[in-house]
Design a protein around this ligand. Structure first.
Ligand code: UDX
Ligand code: UDX
Length: 531
């Protein structure tokens, strides 16, 4: 009998050995055929992966690969000692639902976090690079082009330390044709080593990162079209095949993969700017943006997602990637195309400043010395991430009018909020160790208080701004809040999560993005802002 056929399917690293076992029974020695399963990973070379950059992208991505591929060793490395220490502690450096569980299952087994970047890069077969690609602050392309300093230094380090062939995977979102530049750096110092560059952009969303990684809608892998490129694509595909079905793994040429990531984010941001543009029109005409969204969502050609009007989109990707796209268009002489995408960002900026103007003008044209409660600071719910959060611009706008802010967010630390409000625009996406250490040195934050909860933030306040759609805010006892506030008491809902009718019954004056505006607010706006 062919016992192998009868055996359950096992991981490719598992083999079985046939041995003979002597058993003493009924005063006789019996000889049994005995199959012993054994992992042969110690005997043949185990695949090793190294992820450079233990951030929002690199950390969860490599952790899920480790979870799904127990036979693969995964090392996540970062130059930031504090980040790595946090990954090795009980309090992970980023908050993502389900992440702690994934990390706990693999850490110390096939997943390690380390600052020994060079050793793990040298030992790896495949290197994933997820380092920051912020917008360039100065020089050619300043304010638009991606700053590839960190990518370049990662590539140089790889070239310096590697002694065997490697596959280098672009996980970070990068400009189209970055792979070419990386290839040149690696080839220049190659010492006879062969490198294959793949583009494998990450489509996870923060707040649902683990779920998105466990059940991705697609995995995109771009590589060179020659046989070596195709072989590298196959190796990466084999890793994902541990848990992603083949029909979801798309392979393309490398430039298409790089551009697809930029296009993906640009399309999503464009949808939000489109509905936000509609929200302004709704307020002017008496239409209700949530009803317009609902009507649009029923059109299968449009679909239901990314149609929530808001105070503006934030997050580390959208603005940066569109600016990057704009720069690439301009470099290729495509001025009209560049202007088209620029408009998405302009509408986003318009939405944030429109919100601030609405607050100030409603409150008798000044918020000077008035306490405004800001509920929510993260760029969206279920994350502690504040990069490019619209709350930064809104808070700065209100502070510019001398408001006193009391800010509460369920997940963002006081130190982070103060740091964000004191940083200039170009510092936000640089690695943590290059950002200002503490908020204490910063000026202009005398009028910013960080509250422990929504009730503390709103006590004696003149107005409330909802800037993140945390579920917790829907459960606030607004009667209690109203009783403790100055009158008239205002609510400005930048996320459309509150029940406007109920709030008005209590006595609040309410503004909700894209909803018909109360007479009071309408009058103040019309007299104050020349829209
Ligand atoms: C970042 C960018 O924001 C995103 O555009 C890009 O696509 C991937 O990298 P994210 O993971 O969210 O995404 O950033 P961040 O949380 O800042 O993590 C990047 C990590 O890389 C940081 O921990 C930083 O210390 C590390 N890093 C940076 C290195 O290890 N080496 C470097 O040279 C630079
Ligand atoms: C985004 C992309 O969705 C993801 O595919 C990519 O890999 C990384 O960038 P993320 O930035 O984590 O993910 O968050 P996302 O859910 O897209 O939200 C971005 C911003 O848009 C948030 O500020 C959010 O509040 C806002 N938003 C989103 C809206 O204002 N309205 C919507 O309908 C959806």
């Amino acid at each position: 009998m062919d016992c192998r056929a009868a055996l359950p399917a096992h991981d490719t690293d598992t083999a079985f050995l046939l041995s003979w076992v002597l058993v003493f029974s009924d005063n006789k020695f019996l000889l049994f055929e005995h199959f012993i399963f054994t992992t042969i990973s110690n005997q043949r070379k185990m695949v090793k992966l190294c992820g450079i950059g233990a951030g929002y992208v690199g950390g969860p991505t490599m952790a899920v690969i480790a979870l799904k591929c127990p036979s693969i060793e995964v090392a996540v490395v970062d130059i930031s000692q504090s980040r790595i220490s946090a990954w090795n502690s009980d309090k992970l450096p980023i908050y993502e639902p389900g992440l702690e569980n994934v990390v706990k299952q693999c850490r110390g087994k096939n997943l390690i976090f380390s600052t020994d970047v060079e050793r793990h890069v040298q030992e790896a077969d495949i290197i994933f690079v997820s380092v920051n690609t912020p917008t360039k602050a100065r020089g050619l392309g300043a304010g638009k082009a991606a700053d590839l300093t960190y990518w370049e230094s990662a590539a140089r380090m790889i070239a310096d330390v590697c002694t065997s062939d490697k596959i280098v995977v672009e996980k970070s979102t990068v400009p189209v044709r970055t792979a070419e530049a990386i290839e040149q750096i690696l080839a220049h110092k190659s010492k006879g080593i062969k490198y294959q560059i793949l583009s494998n952009p990450e489509f996870l969303s923060e707040g649902t990162a683990v779920q998105d990684l466990l059940e991705p809608d697609r995995v995109l892998i771009g590589g060179n079209e020659g046989p070596e490129g195709q072989e590298a694509i196959k190796k990466l595909k084999d890793i994902y095949a541990h848990w992603v079905s083949e029909d979801k793994i798309i392979t393309t040429n490398i430039w298409s993969a790089e551009l697809s990531k930029l296009a993906d984010n640009a399309f999503l941001a464009q949808r939000i700017s489109s509905i936000n543009a509609m929200s302004a029109l709704c307020e002017a005409t008496g239409a209700q943006v949530s009803q317009v969204s609902l009507a649009l969502s029923k059109n299968p050609k449009i679909g239901p997602r990314f149609l929530n009007a808001s105070v503006g989109f934030g997050g580390s990707c959208f603005q940066k990637d569109i600016l990057n796209l704009v720069y690439i268009c301009e470099c290729n002489g495509l001025v009209e195309v560049a202007n088209y995408w620029k408009q998405v960002i302009k509408v986003n900026d318009y939405q944030k400043s429109r919100f601030v103007q609405r607050v100030v003008s409603s409150m008798f044209n000044t918020v000077s010395g008035k306490k405004i409660a800001v509920l929510g600071f993260a760029f969206k719910k279920d994350t502690s991430d504040t990069r490019k959060t619209p709350a930064i611009d809104v808070c700065k706008g209100l502070l510019g009018d001398d408001a006193c802010l009391s800010i509460y967010d369920p997940r963002v630390s006081a130190d982070q909020i103060k740091k964000d409000l004191s940083m200039n625009n170009v510092q936000w996406d640089h690695p943590i160790h290059l950002q200002p250490l503490s908020s204490s040195s910063s000026n202009g934050l005398e009028h910013v208080d960080i509250a422990e909860d929504a009730y503390e933030a709103t006590k004696d306040a003149h107005g409330i701004c909802i800037l993140t759609e945390w579920d917790e805010f829907k459960g606030i006892d607004f009667q209690r809040v109203f009783d403790d506030m100055q009158k008239p008491a205002f609510v400005f809902d930048g996320r459309n999560i509150l029940d406007v009718g109920k709030l008005r019954e209590i006595g609040f004056i309410v503004y909700s993005i894209g909803s018909p505006v109360e007479q009071w607010l309408n009058n103040s706006v019309n007299s104050a802002v020349p829209f």
